[in-house]
Structure formats: structure tokens, C-alpha cells
Design a protein around this ligand. Structure first.
Ligand code: ATP
Length: 311
């Protein structure tokens, strides 16, 4: 069952379109990722889901509610992460939890929540004195305190050290295990790959792809990479003729080819036919990073075109 439905969402700022027909649905109980380069329109999209921005066109529903027209009802089902500026520096962790619990008709008991988020020994610490990881854990606690069905987490682990980031990932998995649907905005491929059931890649205000992390990788043109140092140079014509070849790169005598399993098999046959030995042969699968760059690569090409045109 879908708990979030976004259909043909559009939003412009001062005549500049930043969300240009975005559609996706989020199923109950999933961790749904929104991934995209800077300025792609991710935050604007989720702010429309949260009812913080009014769409210019399109339809947004959160458990059937219109987040703008039914804002109060939406707030009860959807917990949003606060921005740092929204909490007073002098507020203690306990005061923040009690204050935000008071906003909701059926809040969670903040004590076990604080315990689960590792905040129990920080209850009397003022917000300004918390570490980056502790602040993020408090933001998660405040997003969950209203006992929502859905939680929106935007760039949650930005600025955290690797350990705090991993701890936060475990928390997000824990939140989902408790039945909460998670809408996660992130820049980090590793985070998206590890946590998300499905990901919408947003680029220049549009959904460039929507799939599971492994589905996105499979779609990527260079899903498999083979690299080796050949004992003798390979003929360019032979390389170009390789099936499903996405890219070929020579560097310091080493050849790196990306494509599919079919490409790899053809390379091996070619090497045998030409009696060429492949030293230090490695075959690896592409990562979500590669898929992301592939899916959003027109971005760079367009930018280059624009620069050329402007020059
Ligand atoms: N209130 C606003 N007024 C004018 N322009 C805005 C406003 N909010 C966002 N923008 C612009 O809209 C574009 C999309 O912003 P948005 O924050 O939605 O992107 P994003 O994908 O979340 O980016 P980032 O990853 O950098 O946070 C950006 O170019 C941004 O500068």
C-alpha cells in the first residue's frame, strides 16, 4: 500500500523550474531514497511532501491527505526532521523531547525513545553542547516523538564521522523494523545502497531513474568492469567491436573496459585468440556510485555545452 503519492509535481522559484514533473510512490514500511546532485530539487520535493511548500502543479498525498490543505492531520502521520536553526541553543535534550511531545495527541514516551537513541546520558545537556552525532540523534528522536507512520530524513548523516554515520544507519534500520516508513534524502551512495529498498534518482528536477539499488546498477551502461595489463597492445578495432562496451580507458599500460558480462566474455575470447596474456586481471561489478554518475552524466555534458556556448 502506498503511503506517499507524488504525481507530476512542479515547482518554480522566480520563474526558474526546480521540480519539473516528479512522480513516485512510497510503499508502507519501505525505506525510499531520494538521491541526486546538488540543486537537483530533492529538498523542494520533500518539502512539498511535508506540506512546507505549496506545489505550483501536480498532486501530493500522504496517507491520502493533502499536506497543504490537511496540514495538521499530515503532521500527525508524518514526522519531519528539524533543521539545526529550529532548536534553541539553550534547550536541554530533555526539554526538547518534552516540548515536542506536547505538540502531538499521542506522542511516544520520550524515555524509551531517548534510551533507544543513546541520549539518556545527555538529557541535561544543552543543544549547543551536543556533538554532531548527538544532535542528529536528537533530530531523529524529535521526528519520531509524535509516533508517526512516516518519517522524512533529509541529509541526515552529512557532516558526521564514519562511525556516527554507521550508528545512524543502524538507527534508521531499527526505525523501519518498528514499522515506520522512511523517506530519506541523501548524497551518499553507500548510504543509499545500504539502506534503501528503492531509490528515485532526481536530476535537474526530474526523476532520472527509479529502481532498487541493484536494479539501478544493472541499468548502468558499464555494470561490469574488467581491467588488466596486456602482454602486447590490443588492436583498437578489436576493442571497439566488443559487444556492449560502455567505455575503454588506457592508463600506464593498463586497460580498463566497462560493459556487461557479455563484454567480459568477449574480452577473454579475444585475448585467447590474439595470444595475449592479461596480467593482474580484475573483474568487478559497478557500484551505485558508477550507476549514479552514469544516470546523471548528461548533467556534466550539458554544463560543458552551456559553458562552451557562453564562451
Ligand atoms: N526558497 C527558494 N527560493 C529560490 N530558489 C530556491 C529556494 N529554495 C531552493 N531554491 C533553489 O532551487 C534549486 C533546488 O533546490 P533544492 O534544495 O530543492 O535542491 P537539492 O536537490 O535538495 O539540493 P542540495 O542537495 O544541494 O540540498 C536550487 O538551485 C536552489 O538554489
Amino acid at each position: 500500500m502506498s503511503v506517499i503519492e507524488v504525481t507530476d509535481l512542479r515547482k518554480s522559484y522566480g520563474g526558474r523550474t526546480v521540480v519539473d514533473g516528479v512522480s513516485f510512490t512510497v510503499d508502507e514500511g519501505e525505506i525510499f531514497g531520494i538521491l541526486g546532485p546538488n540543486g537537483a530539487g530533492k529538498t523542494t520535493t520533500v518539502e512539498c511532501v511535508e506540506g512546507l511548500r505549496v506545489p505550483d502543479a501536480g498532486r501530493v498525498r500522504v496517507t491520502g491527505l493533502d499536506p497543504v490543505a490537511d496540514h495538521q492531520a499530515t503532521r500527525r502521520v508524518l514526522g519531519a526532521q528539524l533543521q539545526e536553526s529550529e532548536l534553541q541553543a539553550r534547550l536541554t535534550v530533555r526539554e526538547a523531547l518534552e516540548l515536542y511531545a506536547a505538540f502531538y495527541p499521542r506522542p511516544l514516551d520520550w524515555r524509551p525513545l531517548a534510551e533507544r537513541l543513546g541520549l539518556t546520558d545527555r538529557l541535561t545537556t544543552r543543544f549547543a553542547k551536543l556533538s554532531g552525532g548527538q544532535k542528529q540523534r536528537l533530530f531523529i528522536a524529535l521526528a519520531l516523538i509524535g509516533n508517526p507512520r512516516i518519517v522524512v530524513l533529509d541529509e541526515l548523516t552529512t557532516g558526521l564521522d564514519p562511525r556516527a554515520r554507521r550508528d545512524t544507519w543502524e538507527l534508521i534500520e531499527d526505525i523501519r523494523a518498528n514499522g515506520v516508513t522512511v523517506l530519506l534524502v541523501t548524497h551518499f551512495m553507500e548510504e543509499a545502497q545500504r539502506l534503501c529498498d528503492r531509490i528515485a534518482v532526481i536530476d535537474k528536477g526530474r526523476v532520472a531513474a527509479l529502481d532498487t539499488p541493484s536494479g539501478l546498477i544493472r541499468r548502468s551502461a558499464g555494470a561490469t568492469v574488467i581491467s588488466f595489463t596486456p602482454s602486447a597492445p590490443l588492436d583498437e578495432g578489436d576493442l571497439i567491436a566488443l559487444p556492449a562496451l560502455a567505455s575503454a580507458e588506457h592508463k600506464d599500460g593498463r586497460l580498463t573496459l566497462s560493459g556487461t558480462d557479455e563484454t567480459v566474455n568477449a574480452v577473454i575470447t579475444l585475448l585467447a585468440r590474439r595470444h595475449i596474456t592479461a596480467h593482474q586481471l580484475r573483474v568487478t561489478d559497478a557500484t551505485l556510485d558508477d550507476a549514479f554518475l552514469d544516470l546523471t552524466k548528461t548533467d556534466t555534458a550539458d554544463t560543458a555545452d552551456t559553458k562552451e556556448a557562453a564562451a
